[in-house]
Design a protein around this ligand. Structure first.
Ligand code: FE2
Length: 259
């Protein structure tokens, strides 16, 4: 796609804006590396991978846990979709939900899940490692879905961008995760949240609790699944939780510290 350098309105405005922000974010993510090394990595990335992978690699270089987490969330999301599609085939899910499931492609879900936290490229390493955030950092955390959507614009599929934007919305619209007690950023609920985002919401929560992050206490898989199941209709879509309960039995999570 042709991309000019215009900053004012016009058909390419949003795309150009996203591309500019992307370049700035990539450069910032690599800012701590010595200049020579940074230039070498950037030119290597230019040669060897496309623009999508260049952005993803910059996120991975920010913190290794983000790479492992993104892969875990993508794998579990695809397993959940597989279970949902089987339920549609067996007519255990019918009507509008069945249509929605049938029209979600693995390509879009994989891309949305892999890049779901791309907005965290703006976080400091300290923020990524410390669960106790101050008010300013907490505000920044709540902006990562929208900032991620901006970085994806014109680069990823439109439907993947929507997954990134909506992956912290709550099915029931009334969970305690945000200062307003709602999901974020749109306070969407139920089927207003795109299916891909409702799937990533569940996969993301499970992986964040089960990956063995140093800032979180170790919990058994059973305990984590129980917690997710208890939040059906609140944070999570019940149909997706049911598919997750089956999918997680086949899922091998990659632990963050190689445990
Ligand atoms: Fe997130």
């Amino acid at each position: 796609m042709a991309q000019g350098h215009r900053k004012n309105s016009g058909p390419n405005h949003h795309t150009t804006h996203g591309a500019d922000k992307r370049e700035t974010a990539i450069k910032k993510a690599l800012a701590k590396l010595p200049a020579g090394e940074r230039e070498k990595i950037l030119s290597e990335l230019d040669k060897t991978v496309g623009k999508k992978m260049r952005l993803f690699k910059a996120l991975c270089l920010k913190h290794p846990s983000l790479e492992i987490h993104s892969h875990n969330v993508a794998s579990l999301s695809l397993l959940i979709l597989k279970k949902l599609k089987e339920k549609v085939e067996n007519r255990k899910i019918i009507g509008t939900p069945a249509l929605e499931i049938s029209s979600l492609t693995t390509g879009v879900l994989r891309e949305g899940a892999m890049f779901h936290d791309i907005g965290k490229i703006h976080f400091s390493r300290k923020m990524l490692e410390n669960p106790l955030l101050n008010v300013h950092q907490e505000g920044m955390r709540h902006k990562h879905p929208e900032r991620g959507a901006v970085l994806s614009r014109g680069l990823l599929e439109k439907d993947s961008e929507i997954i990134i934007r909506s992956h912290h919305e709550n099915h029931g619209g009334d969970h305690l995760e945000s200062p307003t007690g709602k999901g974020y950023p749109g306070n969407l609920s139920g089927e207003k949240i795109p299916l891909g985002a409702r799937i990533v919401r569940v996969a993301d929560s499970y992986c964040a609790m089960a990956e063995g992050r140093t800032n979180k206490r170790e919990r058994s898989q059973r305990d984590i699944v129980k917690e997710i199941s208890s939040l059906k209709n609140k944070s999570y879509d019940p149909l997706i939780v049911e598919a997750f309960e089956e999918a997680v039995k086949e899922f091998n999570i990659r632990k963050i510290n190689g445990k």
